[in-house]
Design a protein around this ligand. Structure first.
Ligand SMILES: [Fe+2]
Length: 217
């Protein structure tokens, strides 16, 4: 009996100690870090999150430092504001995905969306040319990380350097030049909570890793 309880405790310990937060650098390598859980009965309203976000953008210029400041707020928001986890549109059967915009304002560099994908759909390989934070609400996705590895013949050549399966509760921040592709997994739609800063469209690319080409999108 004791052994069973110990096993359960160990399993629980392993689960709670497992990292759920990552930052992907401009060279697409990723680092783990551990965010404090914010368990509170006090609501963390979306408007307050937006205000905190604006303060960060006003006071922190560096994208990496911004991500370090924003990711804990995203965790707090998703922990406390459960209603957000239900704010998504079912994936369109025609294209396999749907986007619901939760916040966007003209001339203000923040976009907040929930995105739902049917299982076994893959995105193109791309960067965002903006900082971004993605929280997994439901389902699973395999994130593949790529980096530029140009040759004289193929200046847009990229290579796969790593991959990571993300599950509900995981939060990942991306630097603007991080290159990734996403494939949804499992039997149910994958739903994510996404925040992006202002994109520099001239630096936003979709890559073809077979033909070694890159085009703006
Ligand atoms: Fe992406």
């Amino acid at each position: 009996m004791f052994d069973v309880i110990k096993e359960l405790l160990d399993a629980d310990k392993n689960e709670t100690s497992e990292c759920q937060d990552w930052l992907v650098q401009n060279n697409s390598s990723y680092e783990e870090y551990y965010l404090e859980e914010n368990i509170s009965d006090k609501p963390y309203r979306l408007y307050r999150f937006l205000t905190d976000l604006e303060d960060i953008l006003d006071n922190i210029a560096d994208d990496y430092d911004r991500l370090k400041a924003i990711c804990p707020l995203v965790r707090k928001l998703l922990n406390i504001s459960y209603w957000l986890q239900l704010e998504y549109d079912s994936p369109s059967p025609d294209v396999g995905w749907s986007v619901k915009t939760l916040y966007q304002e003209p001339n203000y560099p923040i976009t907040i969306q929930t995105v739902a994908w049917l299982p076994n759909h893959a995105s193109p390989v791309h960067n965002h040319a903006a900082w971004g934070v993605v929280g997994i609400i439901q389902g699973q996705e395999n994130n593949r990380f790529w980096r530029r590895n140009p040759t004289p013949e193929n200046p847009e050549r990229i290579e796969l350097i790593n991959e990571k399966i993300l599950v509900p509760g995981d939060i990942i921040g991306f630097m603007p030049d991080a290159i990734h592709s996403v494939e949804t997994m499992g039997d149910y739609p994958t739903v994510t909570f996404n925040i992006y800063g202002e994109a520099d469209f001239s630096r936003r690319y979709q890559f073809d890793p077979i033909n070694h080409t890159a085009k703006n999108f």
